[in-house]
Write a protein that binds this ligand. Structure first.
Ligand code: NCD
Length: 312
């Protein structure tokens, strides 16, 4: 694997390989010294043009646990505020000779563009409404750790699918793992034609009990340029996942940040059914596996050390 831009770049075998490697890195996370030398001497540049808590901190921690040198660069406080373009920013940062550029922006397709401007391997940490592949990988890893094989399981992705890069990546990844995907939300928040991805569309939660996994999405206010729903109160009345709607056998997921009282009630966020903290934990080890894969891994088939070797 060279770059990681989209889940479309990965087949099931690659997803499983990354998750298996993440599981071996989880062993490192349990040690007192949580560091391995796998990427010693490599430079990882985290470039964030959008706010982030989980993704940014976990990429940084992942790179550090692999002994890479890390520079985390937020657009605010940089020359981006003075009007420097993405292309000029990348050309400037190339002078630091990064081996990997991890990039998040509000623009769909930006990670792909960066591959043309830099010799570094590029990892998409969210490009506008398009994709967020490492989120999908950490979600698959979280579910595999809890449930084992995912074939034949039903997942419902509920909420603002229209503005969600997580939805797109997760629909693709869950299906590649053999799951059946239903997307559910008000018609204004479900992209027209999304069935073409192979998922079922519903506009009510009436059959939510069929789901094994309920994956709630955040209402993406920052990407809404018009009124997509009558009010948050009405949205919550129809689509909020709360204790009355969640069945005891279901696993509840959410990529964070959660709007408590909107897409999820506080009660379900804090319930043992919620895998939300497990998702964040998985974020570090899955991103370690992705960084390893795009660097050492791309050469692993020839000469580089195996993941097991890297753990020494
Ligand atoms: C998601 C994102 O930024 O796309 N968050 C994340 O990476 N954990 C989802 C969101 O912001 O709603």
């Amino acid at each position: 694997m060279n770059h990681l831009l989209s889940i479309e770049d990965l087949d099931r075998e690659a997803i499983e390989r990354i998750c298996d490697r993440a599981a071996s890195f989880a062993e490192v996370a349990g040690r007192e010294i949580k560091k391995v030398p796998a990427l010693r001497g490599r430079t990882v540049l985290n470039l964030f043009y959008e706010s982030s808590t989980r993704t940014r901190s976990s990429f940084e921690l992942a790179a550090k646990r692999l002994s890479a040198d890390v520079v985390t660069f937020a657009a605010s406080g940089s020359s981006v505020e003075k009007g420097e373009s993405l292309k000029d920013t990348i050309l400037t940062l190339n002078a630091h000779k990064p081996d990997v550029i991890v990039i998040r922006t509000p623009w769909a397709g930006s990670a792909q563009l960066v591959t043309g401007w830099s010799p570094a391997q590029v990892v998409n940490a969210g490009d506008g409404k398009h994709e967020h592949p490492t989120q999908a990988l950490l979600d698959v890893h979280t579910l595999r750790s809890k449930l084992g094989a995912l074939d034949g399981l039903d997942v419902w992705i509920v909420g603002d699918v229209l503005h969600s890069r997580v939805a797109r990546s997760n629909i693709l990844a869950f299906q590649k793992m053999g799951m059946r995907v239903t997307v559910c939300g008000p018609p204004t928040l479900i992209p027209r034609g999304i069935e073409a991805l192979g998922c079922t569309v519903r506009h009510t939660l009436d059959r939510l009990a069929e789901a094994d996994v309920v994956y709630a999405l955040r209402m993406q206010h920052e990407r809404m340029d018009q009124a997509w729903i009558p009010s948050l109160r009405e949205y919550a009345a129809l689509f909020q996942i709360n204790a009355a709607r969640l069945s005891p056998h279901q696993i509840l997921m959410h990529p964070g940040p959660v709007n408590r009282g909107v897409e999820l009630s506080g009660e379900v966020v804090d319930s043992p059914q919620a895998a939300i903290t497990a998702q964040v934990e998985a974020g570090v080890v899955v991103r370690m596996a992705v960084l390893y894969e795009v660097l050492a891994g791309s050469r692993a088939s020839a000469a580089a050390p195996s993941a097991e070797g890297a753990l020494a």
